[in-house]
Design a binder for this molecule. Structure first.
Ligand SMILES: CSCCC(=O)C(=O)COP(=O)(O)O
Ligand SMILES: [Mg+2]
Length: 226
């Protein structure tokens, strides 16, 4: 019996376009000024140092670090320091009203219905946990954060690694088979299933489920019956 739902964001609750065409360009454009103004703040300095280490750069090479981060954004790399810094930058955009996070039309009501029927709801995204809280706090459907019991990011492990899902199940405190993972990426679903989680594949239009899908496949949350 399913006791909890663990959901991906990009391509699952929300459009890929909002992340790639709104959030990523905003972070890319703001990065140089953000690093210049806030590079000395301990949290920012920690992630800049992690970026330098990952890229083999000197810790004080801010120009090189910014260029590296911008290249990683262009390549859509899911690297923890990049994701942490993006989250810090996006906070200003949400607070100023520059954008609100897209969620597909049925998502808020369906999440609320699952919560009302006793399911616990969790998020697992490559976006940092603070970025996830902002995303659902400033969504087009309003503040959805009261619906969620917890958030996981790549600090628990990569989304294509089975061990990450075992760690998440242990942190949630449920058997893996009691958790339903929702994602648009088959490699993530394969990893979750390898650790015993139940899986459902979101193929949002204009995509369509293949004839013989590798995972239970739906077009939207209304078609999911946990
Ligand atoms: C929650 S912040 C925006 C999402 C993001 O940065 C990202 O890389 C999306 O990754 P996901 O694992 O949700 O597909
Ligand atoms: Mg996704």
């Amino acid at each position: 019996m399913i006791r909890a739902i663990l959901t991906d964001i990009e391509g699952t609750t929300s459009s890929i376009s909002f992340v790639k065409d709104v959030l990523f360009p905003y972070a890319r454009a703001q990065l140089p000024a953000f690093v210049a103004a806030q590079g000395g703040q301990p949290e920012v300095a920690r992630w800049l140092a992690a970026t330098a280490e990952e890229a083999g750069l000197a810790p004080d090479d801010h120009a090189g670090i910014v260029a590296t981060l911008q290249r990683w954004i262009d390549e859509d790399r899911k690297i923890t320091p990049l994701k942490a810094l993006q989250g810090l930058i996006w906070a200003d955009g949400y607070a100023s009203g520059a954008y609100r996070a897209h969620v597909y039309p049925e998502v808020a009501a369906r999440l609320a219905a699952w919560k009302a029927q006793g399911l616990e709801l969790y998020v697992y995204s490559s976006g940092s946990v603070p970025a996830q809280r902002l995303f659902f706090g400033y969504s087009e459907a309003g503040d959805l954060t009261p619906l969620f019991s917890g958030y996981f990011d790549t600090e628990i492990g990569g989304k294509r690694e089975a061990a990450s899902y075992a760690r998440i199940a242990a942190q949630i405190g449920l058997e893996p088979g009691q958790i339903l993972f929702l994602s648009d990426i088959v490699e993530e679903l394969d990893a979750a299933r390898a650790s015993g989680l139940r899986t459902t594949w979101l193929c949002r239009p204009p995509l369509a489920c293949p004839a013989d899908p590798a995972h239970a496949c739906v077009a939207d949350f209304d078609a999911i019956t946990p």
